[in-house]
Write a protein that binds this ligand. Structure first.
Ligand code: BTN
Length: 254
């Protein structure tokens, strides 16, 4: 139905992830759906992803024919975004943060949301990247957030080019994982993970809060935390990090 376009640019959509999932079978592996605006952008944990027009990247990449889990696919998305941002602003300090964020310093600059359709072998990797948002827009998010423009003071002329580069980086990482195994991706992602070696608190879905040191990430995407109170190793598959990011820097315990 949609032909073989590598990137399908929509003028406007509610959510590029929703659109990609609903039309999953009509697209080939490697197709990206991108739009300059989303009227109902989806964030993780059921949140809304703030998607104002013409300033950011909103893009969803369709990957087919593999059995990666959603957290593993999120490594592809976050590392692809990290690579592109490093190319655009090599002097800035970018990192990834478990489970699905890309940070600049201690502020979130991009988020990844991976979703699957029941019964299909494949996944949609959605990425929202804050590119030309100004400080006023960023402050309206109500969480520590930043954009390329806020960090560099220079507007990016062609926001769409970032989506094009991200697609290529993601396909390269996908091929690396198919060729060398998921461990190769896991190693790169763990190396870039801002939480490693830091003391953090996490609220689990049942409301329990665990404080501990993030020591590793399993190769199926769980965070390993050594509890401060009991030295027990906790395997966290889902949870919300409570400690304000600005405090992460000063909490390194060696
Ligand atoms: C997060 O909460 O960190 C994940 C945000 C993911 C947002 C992107 S924007 C493109 C794609 N379409 C959506 O509706 N969400 C993802």
């Amino acid at each position: 139905m949609f032909g073989k376009s590598e990137i399908i640019w929509l003028r406007e959509v509610d959510s590029t992830n929703r659109f990609a999932l609903e039309n999953f079978d009509a697209f080939e592996h490697g197709t990206m759906i991108a739009a300059p605006h989303q009227s109902a952008g989806r964030g993780s944990k059921g949140r809304v992803w703030f998607s104002p027009p013409d300033v950011n990247v909103y893009a969803s990449l369709i990957l087919k024919g593999f059995d990666f889990t959603a957290p593993q696919a999120a490594w592809i998305g976050s590392l692809a975004v990290l690579e592109v941002l490093c190319n655009y602003a090599p002097r800035l300090d970018f990192s990834v943060k478990w489970p699905n964020d890309v940070l600049c310093g201690m502020k979130k600059i991009a988020g990844i949301l991976c979703e699957t359709t029941p019964g299909s072998r494949g996944i949609v990797i959605g990425a929202g990247i804050n590119v030309n948002m100004d400080r006023k827009m960023l402050d309206s998010i109500g969480r520590p957030a930043t954009s390329l423009y806020a960090e560099t003071g220079a507007l990016v002329d062609d926001v769409g080019a970032i989506a094009v580069e991200m697609r290529q980086e993601a396909l390269n990482l996908y091929e690396l994982a198919c060729r060398e195994g998921i461990d190769a991706l896991h190693r790169i992602w763990s190396h870039e993970n801002a939480l490693m070696g830091k003391e953090i608190s996490i609220r689990l879905h049942d409301g329990t809060v665990i404080s501990g040191m993030a020591v590793d990430c399993t190769n199926d995407g769980a965070l390993l935390l050594v509890g401060l109170a009991d030295s027990q190793v906790y395997t966290i598959t889902n949870g919300e990090i409570l400690m304000p990011l600005k405090e992460l820097n000063s909490s390194i315990t060696q």
